[in-house]
Each structure stands twice: as C-alpha cells, then as structure tokens.
Write a protein that binds this ligand. Structure first.
Ligand SMILES: [Zn+2]
Length: 260
C-alpha cells in the first residue's frame, strides 16, 4: 500500500463532470511535478485550477496533504466566497492565505484557468532583491517586461488584499511577490506550470551568476528587446501543452497515483 492509498480518499471519477475530472488530474499532476522539481515548500503554498464548466469555482489543495500525496480526488472545490463545495473525507480544510491569493486571480482575470505560487529559495531570494529579475539569460528574457511586482504586507489572510494583488498583477501572467515568492497564472495548468519552471530557473541562474563576485555580462538592450519579442504571444508557440504530455508520461511511469 502506498502513502496515497493509505489516505483512503473516495474516488471522484464519474461523480464530477468530465471537464472537472480532467482539471483535477492535471492539477494533481502539477502538485507532484512541483514536488519532483524541488519547487514545493512542504504544505505552505498552493496551486489551483478553475473548474472549467463552473468558472466561479476552483480546485485547491486540502491544507495538510503533502504535494507528493495529491490526487485528483483529494482536491477541494471552493467558490469565490470561500465556501468549500467539496471536501474529501480528510481532516484538512481550506487555507485562508491560499484562498485569498488564488481567489483574487480568478475574480480579476477571467482568462486565468490556473495559478501557481511557490516559496523556493531562488524565488524568495530574487523577491528580496531591489533589482528584481534581470534579463541576464535567454530564459530570463522570456519574462522581461512581463513581470508584475507586489509589495509584501504580511501573509495574505485578509480578503481586502485581493484588490491590491489584482491591481499589482493587472494583465500580466507572472508576478514576483516581494519578500515572499513567485506566482504564475495561465490559460491552462500546463502553461502555468511551464511558466513557473522557466521563472524559477531564471531566478536560479541570476543568483548563481550574482554569487560569482565578478562583473556580469548583460545583453544589450537591443538584444534583450529582440529576445523578449520572440517570446511574445503570437510570436512563439504556447509553452506548456507540448511539454505537459511528456511530463504526464513520466508521472504515469513513475508516480501514477496522481490519477486516483
Ligand atoms: Zn506564499
């Protein structure tokens, strides 16, 4: 018996719409991948997905399950008022800061189907730098000019924080929560995860370069602009769906419990 089955969560497939089930499978996979790639903070951050056929509702982790334990059937379903519409038979509920951040996004951004927040060391470190993320690497130029910054006011437990966060993010899909961590959103779970993957690696590379105690080679503004524009929507493929199929194949080979 693996640790997931030890939790004895009732299977939901067939009890929810096909669209919701697919969102649950993708979101549970995203939690497992977040853990696998070293981006989890035990149970302290949240990844969410809108319920496709009930856009006022979204799926979020029950606060207490490890990311490596997440399954499609274990995810909470909540509405924009913070009411839990579905909760598995577990002694774990909705985390108030997780609800605040993610409900802010779904209220303000009808185009957002998913959102991911991390507290990685690299993300927290760059969030504490006045310079923020610099266009030092090809990967970082993908995000150049497309990152929102949101000032830290303490843990986001007050629903009034939602308007401030929405104002900071505006129409952007990537956000550095200053002195806190990283946040991405997108039109799918896959897009949101791959954005976080790139943002995380851009942060890691910047910190590694800045730690070398030697002058940094910054690409010229013209090169940054050219590279950045090549990543602009319409100029490149949508990052996420292609990568996602391979990531799911890997999970199916090595960690298939996310589909439970
Ligand atoms: Zn956080």
């Amino acid at each position: 018996m693996n640790e997931t089955s030890a939790l004895r969560i009732a299977p939901l497939q067939g009890s929810v719409s096909a669209a919701e089930w697919q969102a649950r499978v993708d979101l549970a996979a995203c939690y497992r991948l977040c853990e696998r790639y070293g981006m989890s903070d035990m149970i302290y951050t949240h990844i969410t997905a809108r319920v496709p056929d009930a856009p006022g509702q979204f799926l979020i982790n029950p606060n207490g399950l490890l990311f490596s334990e997440m399954t499609a059937s274990s995810l909470l379903k909540v509405n924009g008022e913070g009411e839990v519409l579905y909760r598995p038979d577990l002694p774990y509920g909705l985390h108030p800061a997780g609800f605040t951040i993610h409900s802010a996004i779904y209220r303000a951004r009808p185009d957002a189907a998913a959102a991911m927040h991390t507290h990685t060391i690299a993300g927290m470190a760059v969030s504490a730098l006045k310079c923020g993320l610099l266009p030092l690497t090809q990967t970082a130029t993908r995000f150049y000019g497309r990152i929102a910054y949101h000032d830290f006011r303490g843990p986001e437990r007050d629903p009034s924080e939602r308007d401030l966060l929405a104002q900071s993010i505006g129409p952007l899909n990537y956000c550095i929560l200053r002195n806190h961590g990283l946040l991405t959103l997108g039109a799918s779970v896959s897009e949101t995860f791959i954005a976080m993957w790139g943002l995380e690696r851009a942060c890691q590379a910047q910190l590694a370069a800045m730690a070398c105690n030697t002058d940094l080679e910054m690409p010229s503004p013209a090169v940054v602009e050219k590279s950045c524009s090549m990543y602009a929507p319409g100029n490149s493929r949508t990052y996420g769906p292609l990568e996602w199929q391979g990531l799911l194949r890997m999970l199916d080979r090595t960690d298939p419990g996310f589909r439970d």
